[in-house]
Structures are given as structure tokens and as C-alpha cells.
Design a protein around this ligand. Structure first.
Ligand SMILES: C[S@@+](CC[C@H](N)C(=O)[O-])C[C@H]1O[C@@H](n2cnc3c(N)ncnc32)[C@H](O)[C@@H]1O
Length: 290
């Protein structure tokens, strides 16, 4: 994939200056062993590791799930992926995983952060079947009509929508429900939704606070949702086996061994894959039919 100095080369290619602040997505990249981060991101990790000693394991478990879910869906025959809040494609990325199963798979990456998008574009230059779009995932109409999305993906065929570690930044539950419903309604039967979310299963209030304080320094403070609230994200979908559960426990046999047990993690995330097996009746029609 390259060396850390490639990040500077990509930055120059993209016409970007040196970043002034560490960013969440480059910190993720560093913790995953990627090559799109800078000295200030690495220093940030050194500073926070005493506060969040298991942070690298936490991120690795989420990404290992992403790879397993993408592989699962690609092996089910899905060859189109819409990744919302991508960050930087890094180790175990969506296009690498999907195109290993089907070299013709197409992947539309979407992120709201301009620096991240420019860096990702430079990193992905020349990679076939992949686009990067700067857009706010909370504006589904803009995302779905953006040239990088509408010009690459055919929504009359199944599309896997991925929202990995991005939904905790939508803090309003009603907004979240509207956003996920809009993507679901744009998709045809046979499509899928892949999500992970911070959820308080065993994490203590102190751990949640520390995690939030760190996240706020490099982006924004995420919110934690109960398992029941997270489950509502999959309204209209049927959950693929084994359902919604702690991230490390979702079909571990599909991935590389992570070397980490879920109960060794400081932070909890829950994950699931939903399959759109039928078209939900739009709310307005349900009311008319009463
Ligand atoms: C915690 S990172 C997760 C990145 C990646 N999905 C992963 O799992 O490693 C969250 C990403 O979501 C992006 N993001 C947050 N809010 C967003 C929004 N409203 N629209 C698009 N991207 C957003 C951030 O810029 C960041 O790159």
C-alpha cells in the first residue's frame, strides 16, 4: 500500500498544505497501519494512548468487521457499494476487499471533510471502479445525485450502503431515521445496509466521557445509542445472520484473526448487516390504506 511518506506525496499531488490539526480519519489510518497520516496525527495518538489504551484495538475490530461484511456481500453477488463517511480508504478498504471477490465491483466513497476527500482522491488516482465525492451524508438527495455516485452506481440494481462509525455523529434521532430511510428508499430489493455504532454494553460512563473528549479534539463528539435505538437504523431491512451484536462476533470466520477478543476492548460497538428483502410500504400509503 505504500509508506507513511506517501502521505506527503499525495498531499502535494492534491495541492494541499500541511494540516494544522490532527484528524480523526488520519488517526484511524495510523492506528490501522495505513499510510495516509502525518507527524501531528502520530503525535496525537501517542498523547491519547495513556487515556484510551485500547483505542487501536477498538478501531481494528471495527475495520475487520467492515472487511468481513463487504466480503460477505460481494460473495452474495453485490457489486456496488456506497460508503458514507468513508474517511480514508486504508488497510482492509472496501474497494480492495470487494474487488478481490469481483474485480468489476464499483465503489462510491463519500465524506464531508474536504482535506480527507482531496487526500483520498490522490490516493485512489488510477484505481478503477472507484469515485470519491465530497458531500454531507445527511443530505441524501445531494449524495444520490452527485456525479461520483449517480454516474457510478445503478440504483435499479442492488447496492450495499455502508455507514461505518459515521452515524454516531448524527446526534438527532429523528434526523438519523430520516437519513437512513432516504437511502433505503433509493435502493432496490436485494440491497444491503452495513453499520457499526457505539453502544453502551459494558463501557462505563467514565470511558464514554474519555472517548468523547478525545474524539472532540480531532472532529466531533459522537453519541452512544442503546442496542434498541441502534436497531431502528435497520427498519425495513432483515438482519443477516447472526443479527445485531458486538462487532467482533459478527461472522469472525470470514476474516483474518484479529488476535483480540471482544471483551478485551474498552469501547463497545455493535454491528449488523441488513438485507432489503422487500420494499417497505411508504408511510403516506400506509396512512391512506387505513
Ligand atoms: C470516525 S470516521 C470513520 C471513517 C470510516 N468510515 C471508518 O470506519 O474508519 C468518521 C468519518 O465520517 C465523516 N463524516 C462525519 N459526518 C459526516 C457527514 N455528515 N457526511 C459525510 N461524512 C461525514 C468524517 O469526516 C470522518 O471521515
Amino acid at each position: 500500500m505504500g509508506t507513511p511518506s506517501d502521505a506527503d506525496e499525495r498531499r502535494r499531488l492534491a495541492g494541499l498544505g500541511l494540516p494544522e490539526q490532527p484528524s480523526m480519519t488520519r488517526v484511524f489510518d495510523y492506528l490501522l497501519g495505513g499510510t495516509s497520516h502525518f507527524e501531528l496525527d502520530r503525535r496525537f495518538v501517542e498523547d491519547v494512548e495513556p487515556v484510551l489504551p485500547n483505542i487501536a484495538g477498538h478501531i481494528q475490530v471495527i475495520h475487520a468487521f467492515l472487511s468481513r461484511a463487504v466480503r460477505y456481500l460481494a460473495e452474495c453477488g453485490i457489486d456496488q457499494f456506497l460508503d458514507l463517511g468513508t474517511g480514508l480508504p486504508t488497510v482492509g478498504d472496501v474497494h480492495g476487499t470487494a474487488q478481490r471477490v469481483d474485480p468489476t465491483a464499483r465503489i462510491a466513497y463519500v465524506d464531508a471533510d474536504p482535506f480527507t476527500v482531496r487526500l483520498a482522491e490522490a490516493q485512489l488516482r488510477g484505481v478503477r471502479g472507484v469515485t470519491v465525492t465530497e458531500a454531507d451524508l445527511c443530505e441524501p438527495a445531494s449524495v444520490l445525485t452527485a456525479p461520483g455516485v449517480a454516474g457510478l452506481l445503478d440504483f435499479t440494481r442492488p447496492v450495499a450502503v455502508l455507514a461505518m462509525a459515521a452515524l454516531p455523529f448524527i446526534t438527532d434521532d429523528d434526523e438519523l431515521a430520516g437519513v437512513v430511510a432516504a437511502y433505503r428508499d433509493a435502493c432496490s430489493v436485494g440491497s444491503a445496509l452495513v453499520c457499526s455504532h457505539l453502544s453502551m454494553v459494558t463501557a462505563t460512563a467514565d470511558q464514554v466521557r474519555r472517548f468523547g473528549d478525545v474524539a472532540e479534539q480531532i472532529g466531533s463528539r459522537p453519541i452512544w445509542r442503546s442496542p434498541d435505538d441502534f436497531r431502528t437504523v435497520f427498519n425495513g431491512y432483515e438482519l443477516a445472520e447472526p443479527g445485531l451484536l458486538r462487532t467482533a462476533l459478527w461472522r469472525p470466520e470470514l476474516g483474518e484473526p484479529t488476535g483480540r477478543q471482544h471483551d478485551a476492548l474498552e469501547m463497545d460497538t455493535l454491528s449488523a448487516v441488513g438485507m432489503l428483502v422487500s420494499r417497505p410500504v411508504p408511510t403516506a400509503l400506509r396512512l391512506v390504506g387505513r
